[in-house]
Design a binder for this molecule. Structure first.
Ligand code: ATP
Ligand code: MG
Length: 220
């Protein structure tokens, strides 16, 4: 009985020693610092909320953060106020926007004005996306920003309102220590290839499909 327990104890110790050697070697190998490109894609919930989790982390370290949201139906006006362009949730701002926008180290832009689900006005959607990208590009040229979030960027890429080449070029020429997080479903292959870290969120279950409507603090 005691022999057996000792035996187990020793095997456990040996296994943990081997594991530690592997982990230590991996830590030793990772000796570089660089600005990272992260892509959070897939149909499961958790892409944008993960990106905003990184915003909190960066701010906690005293870093400056830029956020550009490529979402439908809302935009900043010239005074930087936010308006809602019909449909959806009138007056709705997300919790993360309410929380982070007021932070002195955050620059927050909502760039979705005029996007339509129907894409019946391709010229207007393209123009809106291009104008939005000009703002995002400013963030990617600002070396004081340690983290830039391009939320739902895959959406204008998917519909062809923005060219992937332009986006990849601007990402490649950003400041070397700037981290960028891109979220959205169906990330184009070229973006995944260019990225350093990619996670695909898998949709296992979502309460919405069981009839629960959007819940504050969880969904927005
Ligand atoms: P979140 O902002 O919660 O991290 P997300 O960015 O991964 O979500 P989006 O495609 O941007 O996902 O959708 C945003 C909204 O849609 C959220 O309210 C989210 O709860 C909801 N949602 C996300 N995934 C699903 C899904 N698979 N089925 C139904 N609703 C979803
Ligand atoms: Mg999202």
């Amino acid at each position: 009985m005691t022999m057996k327990a000792t035996d187990r104890e020793q095997r456990h110790q040996a296994r943990m020693q081997r594991k530690k050697a592997v982990v230590d070697a991996a830590i030793e190998r990772a000796d570089r610092d660089q600005g990272l490109l992260l892509v959070l894609t897939g149909n499961g919930k958790g892409k944008s909320s993960s990106a905003f989790g990184m915003v909190a982390r960066a701010l906690g370290h005293g870093m400056k953060v830029g956020v550009a949201q490529f979402i439908k139906g809302r935009s900043d006006d010239a005074q930087g106020r936010v308006s809602v362009a019909g449909g959806g949730m009138p007056g709705a701002t997300t919790g993360e926007e309410g929380f982070f926008r007021a932070h002195p180290n955050v620059r927050w832009h909502v760039l979705g004005e005029g996007f339509t689900w129907e894409t019946q006005n391709l010229a207007r959607d393209t123009e809106t996306a291009q104008r939005g990208w000009a703002v995002a590009r400013e963030l990617l040229r600002d070396a004081s920003l340690g983290l830039v979030v391009l939320d739902e960027l895959t959406y204008p890429l998917k519909y062809g309102w923005l060219s992937i080449e332009t986006v990849l070029e601007d990402l490649a020429s950003r400041p070397p220590m700037q981290h960028v997080v891109i979220t959205g479903r169906a990330a184009p292959e070229a973006l995944i290839e260019a990225a350093d870290t990619v996670s695909e969120l898998r949709d296992v279950k979502h309460a919405f499909r069981a009839g629960v409507r959007t819940q504050k603090g969880v969904d927005l």
